[in-house]
Design a protein around this ligand. Sequence first.
Ligand SMILES: C[S@@+](CC[C@H](N)C(=O)[O-])C[C@H]1O[C@@H](n2cnc3c(N)ncnc32)[C@H](O)[C@@H]1O
Length: 301
Amino acid sequence: MLTYTNFPRYLSSKKSVDDRALNQKVWDALASTLDTQDDLEILEIGGGIGTMVERLLENDLLEHVHYTLLDEQAENIAKARQRLSKWADEEGFTVSWEDEVLHLWKMGKVTKITFLAEDLFDFLARQNFDQKYDLLIAHAFLDLVDIPATLPKLFKILRPKGHFYFTINFDGETIFEPEIPHDKEIITRYQQTMDERIIDGKLSGDSHAGRHLFEHLRAAGGEILSAGSSDWVVFSQNGNYPADEAYFLHFIVTTVHDALLRGGEIAPRRIDAWASARHAQITSGALVYIAHQLDFFGKIQ
Ligand SMILES: C[S@@+](CC[C@H](N)C(=O)[O-])C[C@H]1O[C@@H](n2cnc3c(N)ncnc32)[C@H](O)[C@@H]1O
């Protein structure tokens, strides 16, 4: 069986899926707030290869911004540095590097990007809780951590009345169509692995993060200004998936396969058969994949 394990390529292939999925009303709430502000300090946590900053620039939402892109994987940050400077050059920005900070100039506006390859919790521990960010972004990230323990720490580095934009928070529904044998068992067990993830000895992850965020955000002192669903919906047209979305699907099937093998509760033979059938459906364009997720925009006091 072919393997699909190139994580930066997965993040790149995910961009067009996310573009379709992001909740427009929540995005508009972010956009109208950014429209009224200048000289912003933005922090994106678990930012991967930088597709969100690309998206914000594509939509002309950033004006005189210092953007810090943090991800624990050095491979992602290396890719982000290379990808963003190349992308910006192609998009007509004037690109320069000053002291490892990427400067992107266009129409008299500048976005300065600092890249940090660091674990979020190490980063937070060395902040002394300086309230210095105006906007905090976490995209396809919060469902990986212990949310109630993490939000209060995140909100302490936001300035008073600072905003948060937390998107693509998984919310308990994974759908593969058409149905094949063992789907129910495989999907149920896969979602359980999200709830059982242990990082540094602590349970980290929530397969229903989306719905739980309503309460977690309020408990941490956040006010939700806009919320809505941002489901991934991936399907082919005339047997072809858009952009690199076939890779996206192969990567998802491989992720489910590998998580279940590690879990050891379902016979490997059955997991392999399920994954082979799903990979074949991607090749033929038959697979439809849907994941239910939620987006949030809000502010603190
Ligand atoms: C699902 S990916 C999403 C990446 C990016 N936001 C995107 O959507 O393209 C989650 C990212 O969080 C990063 N990550 C996970 N745990 C982290 C931590 N404790 N500190 C910093 N980054 C972390 C991973 O390296 C990964 O790039």
